[in-house]
Design a protein around this ligand. Structure first.
Ligand code: F6R
Length: 357
């Protein structure tokens, strides 16, 4: 039930702090430590390479997950779009482990890959919101998202839940491999939940950003570098699917290799910057597009802000920033769709789960 909310999407955006807390609770043992089933950890630790397979928003969460697994647990990861992988399989490593990420657990493109890799004798974990879903039943192991039902077609809380569960898997796997991590993930995810709440209380800000930048435009660009690039891909997907604005996410440094030709007077550029290592780089990219007339909206993390930034998000652990930087993008997409009189929860041409290949 959407209760007092005008749309499921807004309700589901608002539920994200609660979902974070629920996930922490569900993945904690009696001693208050994060835990993952031993057989799943064994499968992870036996692998020489992990292949994550997903579609759409779940693919974007997977790109973030790759960073977690590589940086925390030190296992190489490849991320693939399910509809491509099935028909153009890369050379696999000797001991691959597959992780399927799917909110619904019913995406046919992903299922086709799961069937193929099971036939090849490989192990698979499904990370899904739906217990008993096809991908969950057919994989060897399941990790649940505990996000509660997601009704709006545009995925929001499932994306952040996927990233949170991937962070826990990476963290616990790292510990099981004897890798010392210098932060306490439960504490950091708690900070994320609080930061999400702060952002969800700033709805008028995002409504006015959407009004200023996106009410009449034909297109919009989202840019970021490093992990912010992955979030910009998700911001663009959210905006295009519910507002029908042609939106693209780009790695900031890649714009000058062609796409900058599309920048005109007033073209909205939404830049996300949460990483110290690329903060100057992305700001340089913003200057390049502003010099060609772009209308920049800069969303920066506290500690990295500069004068003139449009919105500053609370500071969180630098690996986990996608959990929080995506919230402004979800809310901006929501209000852009609203201002343009679009059907937010049921955008045209889309279904909640895509059960055809
Ligand atoms: C976008 C969206 C889709 C899904 C994609 C995969 O908001 O919802 O891009 O993420 O169809 O769906 P699942 O995660 O159910 O496999």
């Amino acid at each position: 039930e959407k209760g007092t909310y005008p749309h499921y999407m807004l309700k589901e955006i608002d539920e994200q702090p609660l979902v974070m807390r629920k996930i922490i609770q569900k993945y904690q043992n009696d001693q208050g430590e994060l835990t993952i089933d031993q057989e799943i950890l064994d499968a992870v630790n036996e692998a020489d390479r992990i292949y994550i397979i997903a579609a759409g928003t779940s693919y974007h969460a997977s790109l973030v997950g790759k960073q977690f697994i590589e940086k925390m647990a030190n296992i190489p990861v490849e991320v693939h779009i399910s509809s491509e992988f099935g028909y153009n399989m890369p050379l696999l490593s000797e001991k691959p482990l597959f992780i399927f990420i799917s909110q619904s657990g019913e995406t046919a493109d992903s299922r086709a890959v799961l069937v193929q890799v099971k036939e090849m004798g490989h192990k698979a974990i499904t990370i899904t919101n739906v217990q008993g879903s096809t991908l969950s039943r057919e994989a060897d192991y399941t990790l649940l998202l505990h996000a509660g039902p997601e009704i709006a077609v545009a995925s929001t809380k499932a994306y952040t839940a996927q990233i949170a569960v991937l962070s826990i898997l990476s963290y616990v796997a790292a510990k099981s491999r004897g890798i010392e991590l210098e932060f306490d993930l439960i504490h950091e995810l708690g900070i994320i939940a609080n930061g999400m709440e702060v952002l969800c209380d700033e709805k008028e800000e995002f409504e006015s950003i959407a009004r200023e930048y996106l009410t009449v435009t034909r297109n919009a660009f989202f840019i970021g570098r490093s992990i912010d690039y992955y979030v910009s891909l998700e911001g663009a997907l959210k905006l295009k699917e519910i507002s029908y604005i042609q939106a693209e996410g780009f790695a900031g440094g890649e714009l000058k290799h062609g796409t900058i030709a599309l920048i005109e007077e007033g073209t909205p550029i939404i830049a996300v910057t949460t990483q110290e290592s690329v903060n100057l780089g992305i700001r340089g990219n913003v200057k390049e597009v502003v010099a060609r007339g772009a209308h920049p909206c800069i969303i920066s993390m506290s500690g990295l802000e500069s004068e003139g930034d449009t919105f500053i998000i609370p500071e969180v652990h630098e690996l986990l920033t996608p959990l929080i930087s995506v919230i402004p993008l979800q809310l901006i997409a929501y209000y852009a769709a609203l201002h343009r009189d679009c059907d937010v929860d049921k955008p045209r041409n889309l279904a909640k789960s895509v059960t055809v290949e």
